[in-house]
Design a protein around this ligand. Sequence first.
Ligand code: CA2
Length: 152
Amino acid sequence: MGKSILIINGPNLNMLGTRQPEVYGSDTLADIEAACVARGKALDLTIDFRQTNDEGEMVDWIQAARTDHDGIVINAAAYTHTSVAVLDALLAVEMPVIEVHLSNIHQRDEFRQHSYVAKAATGMICGLGAQGYSLALEALASRLGTNGGSTA
Ligand code: CA2
């Protein structure tokens, strides 16, 4: 049976496609979800795609993933740079975690260049726009040993 992947999107990512396309691309979050579901199908992964503007809700979702999911893709957005609570939840979850950012956070403001999430992440993809989510699913499929996952 296919593995289940939780994809978590943080604050303001519900606004994607409406402003700052030069930074974040022109895809909406619904476009990214559709691409993830399609990629997941090819990789035999079930995709649970969510967005929240609430830090506590994000922590609750990460905690629940322990029993409900096999891997996590997370774009914690602004909480990436501020949240020890999200880091602690990720450190406790004991499954592969891939951090994704649409923009290259290392080319941006200094405060965006530090990630608490990175401390708990198996790997991190940034600067490749929406494609980063699909690449994160490839990485998880490979680590979880599902059909279609490349070994790269
Ligand atoms: O590059 C990324 O994916 C970020 O996680 C996006 C976050 C930002 O705080 C991180 O530093 C990097 C912000 C997402 C806000 O997205 C908007 C999109 C359109 C309009 C307003 C906000």
